[in-house]
Write a protein that binds this ligand. Sequence first.
Ligand code: AMP
Length: 395
Amino acid sequence: MKTLADFNFKNKKALIRVDFNVPLDENFKVTDATRIEAAKPTIDKILADGGSVILMSHLGRPKGIQEEFSLKHIVAKASEVLGIEVKFASDCIGEVAEQAASNLKAGEVLLLENLRFYKEEEAGDVDFSKKLASLGDIYVNDAFGTAHRAHASTTIIAQFFPESKCFGTLLAKEIESLNKVLKNSEKPVTAVLGGSKVSSKITVIENILDKVDHMIIGGGMTFTFVKALGGKIGNSICEDDKQELALEILRLAKEKNVQIHLPVDVVAANAFSNDAEIQIIDVDKIPDGWQGLDAGPKSLEIIKKVILESKTILWNGPLGVFEMENFANGTIQLGNFIAESTQNGAFSLVGGGDSVAAVKQFGLEPKMSYVSTGGGAMLEMLEGRILPGIAAVLS
Ligand code: AMP
């Protein structure tokens, strides 16, 4: 796996695919610069070597050229975060881009206009990729959030740099963290899978059953399993057509010697509302009219024990409806247990959508070993797929 360390960028133009798809307010001001900050280590290393940097990104989902999706809106913020004046090219290919790229001197940074102003970007068009490729000497992919897409700038372009392509710091860290969990993991390995539905996580569950010793199942997914096992789940969320599948997962887990931990009790409510009446009740005895919305105290005790004994932990999906204060406790406690285990030496990876949001919301991010930056991309990696953007740099 080639990384920045394999190249000396002195007097070279690095063409970097970054993910600067940042949120903007109604005045086109960047409201969260996390993704720009995440690309800084890569940019810094190339500049420190004496190279120059050409940044390629998409912003939103424009239909053709639409001013509101112009990357010019983020130039000021990018300059502030990177601590250097970022130049801007009002097109990502053609004369404007070529001029700007050829005028670029060592130590300078150029941001190209939104790649998705061309439909060729998402179509993975080869000619468009070639035009982009002509702008730089070395291709660096540092955009994990789009690594699962075979777009021009994330995948197709790599073929024009047979010997001179590598992963940026961020993408390398994502790959390394996932390998620490799924390939070179220290046992016992525990996966916590929560969230709303079995159906959206089924491929992840199937893939990681081969890699883990414990699987903690929580969140809305719980109730499809509990109902399939003959429990009474009241009005809890359930996918009736996935009950067979749930039983099959339990059977497979037994065969593979994976211990499955389902909640034994829940915080149930008489409505899907933060103001609803609440009772703590066994997971398989929920009365009609009530629904399980968070893990109960006995379940959390069991989870705590498993997590504190684990040496490798993967967390995907919340244990309850954490968006509502009264049902956030399970998710917060789980985060605290993982933080404690991490402090005791375990490796913890949080990835895929809502658990990342939860970890950030509850200030737990610095206490995890690694928090992934790509929702969809991380889920696809957990499903065991080889992402096109990663494969293209490896080939
Ligand atoms: P996912 O996108 O599949 O990871 O699901 C995340 C969503 O699952 C969050 O918005 C949670 O509010 C929701 N969720 C977690 N537990 C439950 C539950 N017991 N009942 C309904 N929704 C839940």
